[in-house]
Design a protein around this ligand. Structure first.
Ligand SMILES: [Zn+2]
Length: 428
């Protein structure tokens, strides 16, 4: 199957090239032909007055937590987790998780997000929904060593790897998901490390999200969470993506850079839970790959990567009193090519020959796109998820003219209503 996107403004090598054509064959971008023969393509997409960007990569999610959206807001992380989220999560099942995940994927595709990195439970249901929706995603079973089923969960995560890694035409990858140092004691982290090294499974973990977490870890182990993980050898695993890293010191940053730990920066979630602002300028200077994420829809209330790009660009200028701290181009890079690296891809997140064909087309006909001197500046500072017109993942269109092609919207709303009733029956 070959697809041609014609007459589109393509963002390539840091420049917008107006009236470009993009040729897609199989899962990849094959070429940017100058005068293509339209007749040889199975599908031709007219990109007139649209901007083609690489699909956005959300590097930290808990997708089925869409169903906790607006259930408990304006609370501190621990109060929110212990008194609201963890009790409610007891009532999840495969069916609820499947539809909660599908709701997230509909929102993601509509908003131009083509890849995600998830840690949660009932991950078979998440993987099935991702496969059906046509999403690209890394999935991990959330592992808590303090839980009575910690050992069983680790086994489930390894089984998940054997069952799903590379599935969906290569779109699905599996990681191990030790939740955090405060839920995974050192002995348990060592077991996760052994499993990771034995099967070459990358790691997805939360680190140093709040000040209280770091203080507690220092009291208990006399080390910061990052130094503790370093000493336990977790960073020797094939690849580690650490979410948050808000409260880190210079030594933490050095250790992460030395071990090539990648960071998922979640500005919206960190601000909403009043956790702080991660020092990503220092991390990037140290050579750390930093991607952007939303975290769960429960903490952020949305899975919108346009708003994360804008937040990332704005808050670091404000925090550092530096208008150059994160530019629009850098925010877009973090949401695309850097995010792709976080997920373990070196051919994702840019429009180049041989790259995976995850492409979004953005309409430039809104009031907020006038006048148009700089498309990337507009996409980051003025653009929003509703500007996205067409989404292609792994060479397959999943949305055309804002119509979802892989998800039945009417059925989705019906099923979400049904599983919401089921999930919250405990509260009645
Ligand atoms: Zn999280």
């Amino acid at each position: 199957m070959a697809i041609l996107i014609k007459d589109v403004a393509a963002y390539r090598n840091g420049k917008i090239v107006e009236h470009s054509c993009i040729e897609i064959e199989g899962n990849y971008i094959k070429s940017f032909p100058e005068n293509p023969n339209i007749e040889k393509y199975t599908e031709v997409i007219d990109g007139e007055n649209m901007l083609a960007l690489p699909g956005l990569v959300n590097t930290h999610t808990h997708v089925a937590m869409t169903l906790f959206r607006s259930y408990a807001d304006d609370m501190a992380l621990m109060d929110w987790l212990q008194n609201k989220i963890w009790p409610a999560e007891e009532h999840l099942d495969e069916d609820i998780t499947y539809w909660g995940s599908m709701l997230a994927f509909a929102e993601m595709i509509r908003g131009g997000t083509t890849a995600f990195n998830d840690m949660y439970m009932f991950m078979d249901a998440c993987a099935e929904a991702a496969d059906k929706a046509g999403m690209r995603g890394n999935i991990s079973r959330g592992l808590a060593g303090v839980s009575p089923n910690g050992e069983k969960a680790l086994q489930e995560n390894i089984e998940l790897f054997h069952k799903w890694n590379g599935a969906g035409d290569g779109r699905v990858k599996v990681m191990l998901g030790p939740h955090a140092p405060y839920t995974c004691p050192p002995d348990y982290i060592k077991k996760v490390r052994e499993a990771s090294l034995a099967h070459e499974i990358p790691i997805h973990i939360h680190l140093s999200e709040t000040r209280a977490e770091v203080e507690e870890c220092k009291q208990k182990y006399n080390e910061t969470p990052i130094k503790l993980m370093y000493d336990l050898g977790l960073f020797d695993c094939s690849s580690v993506i650490a979410a948050h890293c808000v409260h880190v010191n210079e030594e933490d940053i050095e250790l992460m850079a030395q071990k090539n730990v990648k960071v998922a920066h979640n500005p919206g979630s960190n601000l909403k839970l009043a956790s702080g602002i991660a020092p990503i300028i220092q991390m990037r200077k140290a050579g750390i790959t930093v991607g952007l994420g939303t975290d769960g829809a429960s903490s952020n209330n949305k899975l919108d990567m346009f708003s994360e790009m804008r937040l990332a660009a704005l808050i670091h200028k404000g925090k550092n009193y530096d208008p150059y701290a994160i530019t629009a181009e850098e925010a877009l890079d973090m949401a695309t090519i850097e995010g792709g690296k976080c997920l373990g891809y070196d051919n994702l997140g840019r429009l180049g020959i041989g790259c995976l064909a995850d492409i979004i087309l953005i309409r430039r006909d809104g009031f907020h796109w006038r006048p148009d001197f700089n498309d990337i500046s507009l996409a980051v500072y003025a653009g929003n998820s509703m500007d996205v017109d067409t989404v292609i993942i792994n060479g397959k269109p999943v949305m055309r003219s804002k119509q979802l092609l892989t998800i039945d919207e009417e059925k989705l709303f019906y099923e979400v209503e049904r599983v919401t009733q089921k999930l919250y029956s405990f509260a009645q």
